[in-house]
Structures are given as C-alpha cells and as structure tokens.
Design a protein around this ligand. Sequence first.
Ligand SMILES: [Zn+2]
Length: 108
Amino acid sequence: MPIYEYKHTEGFSGDCKEVQEYFHSIQAKSYTECPKCKHPLQKVISMPAKHAESIKDKMSDKNLSRLGFSKYVKSEDGKYEKASGPSEAPSTLDRDAMKQNLDNMGVE
Ligand SMILES: [Zn+2]
C-alpha cells in the first residue's frame, strides 16, 4: 500500500506533527480530518523518491547543457548568472532589462 502524506491545514495548533503519513490503498477515501486532533487535513502530492532522483539527474547542469538549455542562478536581487548552458547564451540576466524587452514587445 502506498504512503500518503497529509498536512494539517492552516491555523493548526495541535500536538501532532504538521505533516502525517498514512498507509492506505489507492481506492480508499482520503482523510479529510486528522484522526487525532480532528483538524482538517490536506493531501500532499508527493512523488516516489526514485522518481525525484531521476528528475534531479535530468535537471543537472550537465544534462541541461547537453540538451541546449541554459541555467541561471540568482546572484543578487533581479540579477542572474549563468550556471551552465551554451556559450552563445548571455552570461548574466537582468530582470529589469528583461522586463524592458517584454514591454517593448508589447507583452503584458
Ligand atoms: Zn492532528
């Protein structure tokens, strides 16, 4: 049976952990309230660890470069530095400059 994560909704102040894990079958009805404190619960969509790992590989700098994507990492407010990607991609991005470009193209 799969494990489902449930999160207490906002305003929770009980003694139990904010996120609870429960085993139940796919067909079973989801919990709508915490069996312990009766606070409303929200199902958390989580992905199996193996799948998360494969996404991590796919999103690695090396693989992104191989596929022709550029990756930018925030360096300061509104400024981004290229972490990986083709050499023709700009080495930095500037939020204000990008916004200006979009304005010029008439994109809202
Ligand atoms: Zn609870």
